[in-house]
Design a protein around this ligand. Sequence first.
Ligand SMILES: [Zn+2]
Length: 202
Amino acid sequence: MSDVLRVQWTIIAQTAPQPWLTCSRCGEARRFRSSDKIRVNANGKRIDAWLIYKCTGCGSTWNRPILERRPVRTIEQGFLTALHASEAVLARRLAFDVEGLRRSAARVEEFDDALVIEAVLSASTMPPRQLEILCRVPKPVGLRLDRLLANELRLSRGRIRGLAETGDLVVFPSVSSLRRPVRDGMRLVVSHLFSAACRPPA
Ligand SMILES: [Zn+2]
């Protein structure tokens, strides 16, 4: 007999992170959005590649370096072909590479709009008293843990904080604050959930 309900939440970021940069045409800091276009400049045996961003105010472009003067022979062939073709899948993957973006831009904004797909991993054999949520986050997302849980469990964020304070919500690996964004592989364990007035997850 088990009173634990195990589910998996796959959290799919919808909006790629955006750098804040000083736009020379707007004359102030603006958010820049990926155009999902890649530009390549091959010069003999070396290659440069950029992901093109556009100012959300005026459309001016910013070229984010992806490769700088890299010897062509050191680049994997599939990657090289995708760069030259400005493949949408690659452009999107690069746009979500927040660590790479941070190397080129001091200030990066992440967004919390995400699609959450729920799946039951193992159902409880009796009315569940504990909910274990395994989080899969294929692309980094700025979605805070408290907001994710509040949205999906239909509880207030205050109630989520209360559960954490009483030890009825535990995050593995532990985080300093529920305001931290959800990351791939996190496990959220909620106890005494169904004694609370809330919707049991489907
Ligand atoms: Zn601008």
